[in-house]
Design a protein around this ligand. Structure first.
Ligand code: GUN
Length: 294
């Protein structure tokens, strides 16, 4: 392997440590940053994420509340939970884990979250703020984590051509907004590709920095990466593997071994973007508590 690994776990740990003094300062003022996480149903991956989010809060001395609701919960009942959390003074930030069951309208739920408590940054008020570079807006945790990871790993975005593969509201679109901001981790030239892009390899091969978030296991092959590029793999896919006890293993959207022969830096899956996402969610919860306290 030629490429240097970008160790998301290590960067995430050091960023969590940087957050401690601010949490302690808020606690000293009588404000314990509180994050509520709402999970509807039993999606196994979501259960893992939700457990990790709660644990991460507790480790940093934050208040955390996890609300687990049955898959049959009605939209009205879920909106009731959101309204209660909107009014709960112990809770500064909240999120509703996605995806939601089909009978619940995701947009209605996300719009019901008070923008000042929207730790995920999915409410249109925050989407708008992030898009115009207003720092009081909450940046969605995954693209925020990718951006911070690039900064900490010494990958310069200024003037670089960043190609994003995927146009989701959770990753691709906000990623483009963040990279267009002025300053560290921004100032990039951004191209966004998606499932309808013609000859996608011809576009990805132009990337100085390639960020992949499309949800297709090992879609990006080695010959789609420009030699010397930095590659960030946001994908987490379960693929069957009878040779391991669990019966599956996790792979990203990038064929890691191939891409690592061509890239200069690359993130692994797992241990890349995942730990950063949870860390940036904690940053958002602390930002919510700070904005509430001032
Ligand atoms: N599902 C996948 N990613 C996310 C995320 O960042 N936030 C929430 N709430 N759900 C998700």
């Amino acid at each position: 392997m030629r490429a240097e690994l970008i160790d998301g776990k290590k960067i995430a740990e050091s960023m969590r440590a940087e957050l401690r003094p601010e949490i302690e300062a808020l606690r000293a003022k009588g404000v314990v940053p509180g994050l509520a996480v709402v999970l509807v149903g039993e999606d196994p991956a979501s259960q893992v994420y939700v457990r990790m989010k709660g644990k991460a809060c507790e480790q940093l001395g934050m208040h955390s509340e996890t609300i687990r609701l049955a898959a049959e919960t009605t939209e009205a009942d879920l909106l009731g939970v959101v309204a209660r959390l909107n009014g709960d003074p112990m809770i500064h930030g909240m999120l509703v884990q996605l995806p939601l069951p089909d009978h619940i309208n995701e947009t209605r739920v996300l719009h019901a979250i008070l923008p000042s408590k929207d730790a995920d940054g999915f409410h249109p008020e925050n989407v708008g703020k992030v898009s115009i570079g207003d720092p009081t807006g909450f940046r969605p945790a995954t693209p925020y984590g990718v951006q911070q990871m690039l900064v900490k790993a010494g990958v310069t975005t200024r003037g670089a051509h960043v190609v994003i593969v995927g146009r989701s509201n959770i990753v691709g679109r906000p990623m483009a907004s963040l990279l267009l901001h002025k300053g560290d981790g921004g100032d990039a030239t951004v191209t966004v590709c998606h499932s309808r892009t013609r000859d996608i390899g011809a576009v990805t091969r132009q990337a100085d920095i390639l960020i992949v978030a499309m949800g297709k296991p090992e879609f990006i092959r080695g010959d789609m990466v420009k030699p010397g590029a930095a590659v960030v793999d946001v994908g987490v896919n379960r693929v069957d593997d009878p040779s391991v006890e669990k019966g599956y293993r996790l792979v990203g959207d990038v064929a890691f071994a191939e891409a690592a022969e061509v890239a200069s830096k690359i993130t692994p899956v797992p241990g890349g973007v995942g730990p950063m996402t949870i860390t940036m969610l904690l940053y958002n919860a602390v930002q919510a508590a700070r904005q509430w306290a001032t």
